[in-house]
Ligand binder design. Structure first.
Ligand code: PAF
Length: 278
């Protein structure tokens, strides 16, 4: 595996790759969820590039940028063992040099859910994805379903800006108790980790209510909230049922809907979602 830290070096190396290229953008501290993205990229492309960059511009001032978990050596070993071709690890100065002042703003789809609460977040995500796409020129890029709105934002950017990149989504990888894999899970204490199983239970409640014929979004989110609130360590940020395309809240589920949530467990904010189809 070639490890590249500079943008010109990455671009030069990219020119040598003859064949389809898959990009897996990550912020490092890799887990099985990331490795599932790597596996998909390897299945469908001649070369796989993984980028590892904790992107400062997608974190708010009160958020966890400084303490976001990092373990470069561990990540390098994982990717090497998996047979990744190129690992791109730029520095913040390389990605955002002095005078950097160009941003990619995706409107509309960013008004709801995560975008409504973390108003800076998708500006940072879209901008960094755009830069990574320009630097690595992939044919395909791989994202996890856990960040459902991120997928929609990147897809919209690619469509609106006529980028020739296929955005592929890989299902959420879960722990045995259903907790979605996330680098942020490492923030949880033992008690908080135990409590975190309630997120998936709440999502399953939504699926069960739909299966029993419930279509009223308020009733379903009510059922989910009751489950979340049964766990004293959990503070609900939001539980929402939205159209899976527009991400606008809906009153009744008529076909396919995204059921999503964000909760605080202690100081850790976790998100998760499932799609329900009726
Ligand atoms: O999902 C992530 O890890 C990040 O948001 C991404 C896509 C790597 C951009 O920094």
């Amino acid at each position: 595996m070639k490890i590249v830290r500079g943008i010109p070096e990455m671009q030069a190396l990219r020119r040598e790759l003859k064949g389809s290229v898959g990009l897996v953008p990550t912020m490092g501290y890799l887990h099985r969820g990331h490795m599932a993205l790597v596996g998909k990229s390897q299945e469908f492309n001649a070369f796989t590039i993984v980028s590892m960059f904790v992107n400062p511009t997608q974190f708010g001032p009160q958020e966890d940028f400084a303490k976001y978990p990092r373990d470069e050596q561990h990540d390098i070993k994982l990717l090497e063992d998996a047979g990744v071709d190129v690992l791109f690890i730029p520095s913040a100065d390389e990605m955002y040099p002095d005078g950097f002042d160009s941003w990619v703003e995706v409107r509309g789809i960013t008004d709801t859910l995560e975008g409504a609460r973390r108003t800076w977040h998708f500006l940072g995500v879209a901008t960094i994805c755009n830069k990574l796409f320009n630097i690595t020129a992939p044919h395909r890029a791989y994202f996890g379903q856990k960040d459902a709105q991120q997928v929609q934002v990147v897809r919209k950017m690619v469509r609106d800006l006529n980028m020739s990149i296929e955005i592929d989504v890989v299902p959420t990888i879960r722990e045995e108790d259903g907790l979605a894999m996330s680098s942020r899970n490492t923030y949880l204490s033992i008690d908080e980790r135990r409590a975190a199983a309630v997120l998936y239970k709440a999502l399953l409640k939504a699926r069960e209510m739909c299966a029993f014929g419930e279509r009223d979004a308020k009733k379903i989110t009510g059922g989910m909230t009751a489950i979340l609130q049964s766990e004293p360590l959990v503070k609900v940020d939001y539980v929402a049922i939205t159209d899976s395309g527009s991400l606008q809240e809906i009153e009744y589920i008529q076909s396919s809907a995204l059921v999503s949530m964000a909760v605080f467990i202690g100081r850790t904010r976790l998100i998760d979602n499932i799609t329900v189809t009726v």
